[in-house]
Design a protein around this ligand. Structure first.
Ligand SMILES: Nc1ncnc2c1ncn2[C@@H]1O[C@H](COP(=O)(O)OP(=O)(O)OP(=O)(O)O)[C@@H](O)[C@H]1O
Ligand SMILES: [Mg+2]
Length: 256
């Protein structure tokens, strides 16, 4: 079985990378989970996962005659993690459309694929995860502009047949009036509110320590919220072969 999720937002810095690793670790209690840094232009999952010094990354795979995918898979924190390099030259040499084959290969041997996505819809590499995933997790801060961007992600995803898994509110402060905003959001988003993750120094501390939140502070309120979100995702048992074929044969749009 396999289901592929894109973790996306529209806006930058909402917590996509943090959320990808946190949801990944929470889901790994029940599933075999692979997380991929599909934000190939502005990759930084490696800093969140303690993989800043690794030799081979996704950039080395998605080039002509590149390394096999397996060379860029690292077993960390109960997850299979595929980090991406941060060099501009690595991105310039990369062919983002090759991500299709990478995910197709990974899908054969895992239950859940989480694609950490870019904060834009304006390049081929940025839209690819949203186009190819089964469902998208929309990570937003509880503000109207952020919701508006999140809705654009949903609209784009829907136009390619990608469903909305739900909305994850992150960096929520007491005065964010989340009780007012969440029900409004549920009217417009096609999925439920997955969780409300508080703004907290613990989450920032995890990043600084180069550890996923659920490894750094597993009992924190934020970690608990991510475990709740993972439970409400109800992973589906997609057929691995069918998912792999879909990824391999997908037509990649030119972007918006
Ligand atoms: N709940 C939170 N409370 C406090 N800080 C947070 C929270 N979630 C994320 N952060 C911090 O916000 C910053 C951005 O988070 P992250 O890198 O996960 O966002 P992103 O959406 O992936 O960003 P980008 O668009 O640049 O890829 C990081 O420093 C992270 O530690
Ligand atoms: Mg990110």
């Amino acid at each position: 079985m396999v289901e592929a999720f894109a973790v996306a937002s529209g806006k930058g810095g909402t917590g996509k990378t943090t959320s990808t690793l946190a949801l990944g670790m929470a889901l790994a209690e029940d599933y075999d989970v692979t997380v991929v840094d599909a934000d190939m232009g502005m990759a930084n999952l490696l800093f969140h996962a303690g993989l800043a010094d690794v030799e081979t990354t996704l950039h080395d795979v998605v080039v002509e005659g590149g390394a096999p995918v397996e060379a860029a898979v690292y077993e960390r924190h109960g997850l299979s993690v595929v980090p991406c390099g941060t060099d501009l030259s690595g991105f310039a040499a990369a062919d983002p459309t090759r991500l299709r084959d990478v995910v197709a290969t990974l899908a054969a041997d895992t239950d859940v694929v989480l694609l950490d996505s870019a904060a834009t819809l304006s390049s081929r590499s940025a839209v690819l995860p949203i186009v190819l995933a089964d469902r998208v997790v929309v990570v937003v801060e509880p503000t109207i502009p952020a919701l508006s961007d999140g809705l654009k992600v949903q609209e784009y995803a829907t136009s390619y047949g990608t469903e909305t898994a739900g909305v994850l509110f992150n960096k929520v402060r007491d005065d964010d009036a989340i009780d007012r905003i969440a029900p409004k959001a549920e009217r417009y988003f096609e999925g439920p509110t997955l969780a409300t993750v508080p703004a907290s120094d613990t989450v920032r501390g995890a990043r600084r320590a180069g550890q996923p939140l659920l490894a750094y502070a597993p009992e924190s309120a934020a970690a608990r919220a991510y475990r709740e979100a993972a439970r409400s995702l109800s992973v589906r048992e997609g057929d691995s072969g069918a998912v792999a074929d879909r990824f391999r044969s997908a037509v990649v749009p030119e972007s918006l």
